[in-house]
Design a protein around this ligand. Structure first.
Ligand SMILES: [Zn+2]
Length: 220
């Protein structure tokens, strides 16, 4: 069972118009195929039936995992107004019993497909995304000298063969991404230090738990 809409898209390479599937929402418990596609980079792209060209396709998408109490809204263009509307939607869903009560729900907003995938990976590994973002800041402070005058574009959590690590992407295309293995002792230390403050800030609405958020949390 999949909840998708079809849209007509024109292939940018050969100009052939065709129908593609758009997923405004993914229910983790039912739309297992859509989730698989997402994790394999096949959901937010389409491959032309005429010329075979693959083109990225970006749309707003609400990922909902009712079993684990997680909602992640991918909304690339979201500003304050959109955030407010999203929070109103959640309030309505809560009123209609569409989000289970009694669960420790987490509501997150992300702006890129990679961030959405990262949130799901963190969830899959039973980690806390707030701690992961804070650990990123701790590591970047440690490697500040190596970073030097380069600009960090993104730091992404990843899992390969059961090992956790961060990939550091730089703004400068000429620089290869850096890799930092995640030491779970660091994770536990950060958790111990900040969990109380973090839990006191918990809110029943969409939160932008990102690297920028973590930097502000730690240094303000
Ligand atoms: Zn084409």
């Amino acid at each position: 069972m999949e909840a998708f809409q079809t849209e007509h898209i024109t292939c940018p390479k050969c100009g052939k118009e065709q129908e593609v599937k758009i997923y405004p929402g993914i229910n983790a418990n039912y739309d297992t195929e859509a989730k698989e596609k997402l994790m394999h980079n096949q959901l937010f792209s389409f491959t032309c039936e005429e010329c075979g060209e693959t083109t990225p396709l970006l749309f707003n998408c609400l990922y909902h995992d009712m079993e684990n109490g997680l909602m992640v809204w991918l909304m690339p263009e979201a500003g304050d107004k959109e955030l407010q509307e999203m929070n109103e939607t959640v309030t309505q869903m809560q009123a209609f019993g569409m989000t289970a009560t009694g669960l420790d729900y987490r509501y997150r907003i992300v702006r890129t497909v990679n961030e959405l995938k990262e949130k799901l990976l963190i969830e899959q590994e039973n980690l806390d995304d707030r701690i992961i973002e804070l650990v990123k800041v701790v590591y970047l402070v440690q490697i500040a000298e190596q970073i030097g005058s380069h600009t960090v574009a993104e730091v992404m959590f990843d899992v390969i063969d059961d090992s956790y690590f961060f990939t550091v992407f730089y703004e400068e295309d000429s620089l290869d991404p850096g890799v930092i293995p995640l030491d779970m002792n660091v994770y536990r230390m950060v958790k111990e230090q900040y969990i109380e403050k973090l839990d006191s800030l918990k809110a029943d609405n969409f939160q932008d738990i990102s690297f920028l958020w973590a930097r502000e949390f730690m240094f303000s």
